[in-house]
Design a protein around this ligand. Structure first.
Ligand code: NDP
Ligand code: MG
Length: 384
């Protein structure tokens, strides 16, 4: 008899989390849901728990513990709460793979705990690698842990590399949709409203990554994510704007050959591949039809107008905790923009000023990332 794969989803109530539950729910003979977690959306967490019957749930906000506990009283589901619980539940013996689908720096600690517990990581939470990629990948190597990417671009690169792991990568191209403001001038960007920024042309995602896509910070974060996932130098990573989001990214090998991975924009596919690698399972996801896309187009990224992309390259050059500083500034700035405290262009301004003013700690240990994150948040908040 086959043993089912035990899965924990950190951030099950989000965009990636809910799609992951669909994937897992479609293969009850393959997956065994062990743990799901939410930050404050107790109602959805309870609904998901009753439907999917995991062994345990975590609600981050401790004031909601009693509510979740009462609602799941009749079920054989253990309820935990608080930030520390996230790092404990990932260690459960029955868990094989931890899908990190929570948003932001909050993902770092539980991801490190999961790696120490030798769990396979399906990584959606790119901020973890952006902040502490060196630390995370080193710990994964030491523990013999694989990190499989969920981010569509990185999944595309990974899919292109299957069967090619012994071959050197010359270069990769990460594709970018360009977001809702592709082609806009700085003058036009001064007028951007929150509602406009929240409307992504090709993908329905959580609020933070949707804003990151509009400012191009998302692609900057993805460049850093790719550096650590595939052990690349900054100059080996290029970004190309591809508004149709059909070619999900490309690898160029040393003989000049390029491989791309294509398909309709649907996160369920990369989520599933990260959970089932090296196998591909049959799905009924909609198929791509060439006649719907007679033209696939590519253009240069506008780094002058969308400064965040350059800031990411600059942070990589600065090394140390610079990317952690940039990420913290961006989390503060995006939150302020979502709460309509700053304008769209202020996001890149705050990111740039914070990166320039906070000191990047070289050869960082875990505590240095915590300290840089704290300092950068404080500085960025003073700019809001
Ligand atoms: P969402 O905002 O939709 O969901 C975030 C999830 O994390 C929710 O379950 C939320 O709980 C939980 N959460 C939020 N803050 C915290 C916290 N401080 N501590 C613990 N849990 C928290 O995000 P997405 O699903 O869009 O994105 C998740 C990650 O995946 C991000 O890192 C993003 O960059 C990445 N990603 C997302 C893609 C997408 O298509 N959405 C594509 C590629 C990457 P609650 O609901 O209770 O607030
Ligand atoms: Mg992506």
């Amino acid at each position: 008899m086959n043993v089912k794969k035990g899965i924990a989803i950190l951030g099950s109530t989000g965009s990636i989390g809910t799609q992951a539950l669909e994937v897992i729910g479609a293969y009850p003979d393959i997956f065994d849901l062990q743990v799901i977690t939410a930050h404050s959306n107790a109602d959805l967490l309870i609904e998901q728990a009753i439907k999917h019957l995991p062994n345990a749930v975590v609600i981050g906000d401790e004031t909601l513990y009693e509510k979740v506990k009462q609602s799941l009283w009749d079920y054989d589901i253990t309820v935990y709460s608080g930030e520390a619980a996230l790092s404990q539940v990932v260690e459960f013996h029955e868990i094989h793979t931890v899908l990190t689908a929570l948003v932001g720096y909050a993902g770092l600690k539980p991801t490190l705990a999961a790696i120490r517990a030798k769990k396979t990581i399906a990584l959606a939470n790119k901020e973890t690698l952006v902040c502490a990629g060196e630390l995370v990948t080193k710990l994964a190597r030491e523990n013999g842990v694989n990190i499989y990417p969920v981010d569509s671009e990185h999944s595309a690169i990974f899919q292109c590399l299957v069967g090619e792991f012994h071959n050197k990568i010359e270069k990769i191209y990460l594709t970018a949709s360009g977001g809702p403001f592709r082609g806009w001038s700085t003058e036009q960007l001064k007028t951007v409203t929150l509602a406009q920024a929240l409307k992504h042309p090709n993908w329905a995602m959580g609020a933070k990554i949707t804003i990151d896509s509009a400012t191009m910070m998302n692609k900057g974060l993805e460049v850093i994510e790719a550096k650590w996932l595939f052990s690349l130098k900054a100059e080996q990573i290029d970004v190309i704007v591809h508004p149709q989001s059909i070619v999900h990214s490309l690898v160029q090998f040393e003989d000049g050959s390029m491989k791309a991975q294509m398909g309709l924009p649907d996160m369920k596919l990369p989520i599933q591949f990260a959970l089932t690698y090296p196998d591909r399972l049959k799905t009924d996801f909609p198929r791509f039809n060439f006649m719907d896309y007679p033209q696939l187009t590519f253009e240069k990224a506008d780094k002058e107008t969308f400064k965040n992309l350059d800031l990411a390259y600059k942070a990589m050059e600065m090394e140390g905790t610079a990317a952690c500083i940039l990420n913290a500034a961006n989390e503060v700035a995006v939150d302020a923009f979502l709460n309509e405290k700053i304008s769209f262009l202020d996001i890149a301004r705050i990111n740039e000023e914070t990166l320039n003013n906070c000191i990047s700690i070289q050869k960082p240990e875990y505590e240095d990332f915590v300290e840089s994150d704290r300092q950068a948040r404080e500085f960025a908040k003073s700019l809001v």
